[in-house]
Design a binder for this molecule. Structure first.
Ligand code: EPZ
Length: 431
């Protein structure tokens, strides 16, 4: 069983990479299928661990799930709600909490294990989700054993809900509960990420009435029921951004295909400040870097700001730049667990709360490191690609949760990257 990735770095990347469907859209749209008394066909589904878990969970609620090909799945929720999924399965990822909104919306009752998922250093509350469900008329409680229980004995009725904090998860979860509630629901201070718009477009294609997704005010008029249909999931903004950051760090040139340009502009502007050259086409982007890498400052913000899910990846590229850069994590309480791993490769990053100062050491050297969470794991891959010598990354299940075939995609553009097992000869010296 391959449980590590080995990379011999220091080579430029060159070639074409095809981007898969968006993880954070798929993880909300799969639970949303539970609202439909019929069959939903989802296209451009990414083949990643978290999506497979989400599909196992909806099977656990009584759905029939059938893959037509590796990226197209049919989910039949005609008989949903007659059974309960394995709680341990639900604890494996944070996005299982979308089944609270979906099951509340469908059968006015939900019992879901408190979410698990990436622990990158800070708390990840769900108080805004629960506030939204209560506003719609549900009683919400945390039951012994760590379950969130929600029930709307008198059904759900639309309300105006103001989110104190811009929250992707709360915006989507409230949307799920509201699509068949009585009357109109208005979500104010809503998140505007591309996957929010994708969820709203999916729901509307199944007969819902959601307006304003992508702005900070989303209006949802409750409908009686949703019908089945076919929907294609948008390309993954963060997967594309990760490969843009990789070629910026290593040098070379990539044509990244199956993307939506406007989703990448918030990432591209920062990479251009660092010295990358970026050219957008209808559904692809060419990123090249041949000259010096320059320092810059980054503050992560809700969309359309610089995405927090790109912060670790950019930190690696900034290690290779000239001069010191400042990163401010504006979304999460803390997101710097990866810094200790990068230090093993020669990085010099000083963290103080939400702020990290990245010294442009100009080079990294290979070492044995760990993928402490999903995006930290992606950052370790970029560090291995940019470093001289061999890097061996442990804990790669964290990477496979969100990146489809990352080894294959990078090998196809010239990276010396492969899976290794524990008993493979490794030339690394402990550091
Ligand atoms: C989603 O997490 C993504 N996960 C995260 O990506 C991403 O980092 C995050 O949005 C921000 O873009 C999925 O979509 C599965 P939030 P989510 O609710 O919904 C606070 C990845 O790498 N908050 O937008 O959990 C929270 O503490 C993952 O793909 C509350 O206070 O994030 C944070 O400070 C990692 N109360 C801020 O809001 C709540 O009830 C944003 O969190 C909910 C959130």
């Amino acid at each position: 069983m391959s449980n590590k990735i080995s990379i011999r770095g220091g080579k430029p990347l060159k070639g074409e990479i095809h981007i898969s469907g968006a993880k954070n859209a798929a993880l909300a749209i799969i639970p949303a299928a539970a609202l439909v008394k019929g069959v939903c066909r989802l296209e451009n589904i990414p083949n990643i661990v978290d999506v497979m878990i989400q599909l196992d969970i909806i099977r656990g609620f009584g759905a029939d799930v059938r893959f037509l090909n590796p990226t197209t799945v049919e989910i039949d929720c005609t008989h949903i709600g007659c059974q309960h999924p394995d709680y341990d399965l639900m604890r494996r990822l944070r996005a299982s909490y979308y089944f609270i909104g979906a099951m509340l919306g469908r059968v006015h009752k939900a019992e879901v294990a408190m979410p698990g998922g990436c622990n990158f250093g800070g708390v990840r509350p769900i108080d805004l989700h629960m506030k939204g469900f209560e506003a719609l008329g549900a009683e919400v409680s945390i039951k012994e054993g760590g379950f969130v229980c929600a029930e709307a004995r008198d059904g759900l009725s639309g309300k105006n809900i103001f989110l104190d904090v811009v929250s992707v998860g709360a915006t989507m979860n409230i949307m799920l509960a509201a699509v068949m509630a009585e009357g109109q629901t208005v979500i104010e201070n809503a998140a505007k990420e591309p996957h929010i718009v994708d969820l709203a477009n999916f729901l509307n294609s199944m007969g819902a009435d959601v307006m304003g997704a992508g702005t900070d005010i989303i209006k949802i008029r409750g409908v009686k029921e949703l019908h089945g249909g076919t929907y294609s999931i948008i390309p993954d903004q963060i997967e594309a951004g990760t490969y843009m950051a990789a070629v910026t760090a290593t040098g070379g040139e990539l044509l990244i295909k199956n993307i939506i340009p406007r989703h990448l502009e918030c990432i591209g502007v920062k990479l251009e400040e660092m010295g990358a050259e970026i050219e957008y086409f209808d559904d692809s982007v060419r990123v090249s870097r041949y000259g010096e890498l320059h320092r810059t400052n980054i503050k992560t913000l809700p969309y359309p700001g610089f995405p927090t899910d790109m912060q670790p990846q950019l930190a690696v590229a900034l290690c290779m730049a000239d001069g010191a850069s400042v990163i401010t994590e504006g979304v999460w309480e803390a997101r710097y667990l990866y810094v200790d791993e990068l230090a093993k490769m020669g990085a010099a990053i000083h963290v103080d709360g939400k702020v990290a100062v990245v010294d442009g050491v100009g080079k990294l050297t290979g070492a044995p490191v760990k993928a402490t969470d999903l995006r930290a794991g992606a950052a370790m891959v970029i560090a291995g690609l940019a470093a001289t010598g061999e890097t061996v990354i442990d804990g790669i299940v964290n990477i496979e949760r969100g990146y489809e075939d990352i080894v294959g995609k990078l090998r196809a553009v010239g990276a010396d990257i492969s899976y290794v097992t524990d008993n493979d000869p490794v030339t690394l010296k402990a550091v």
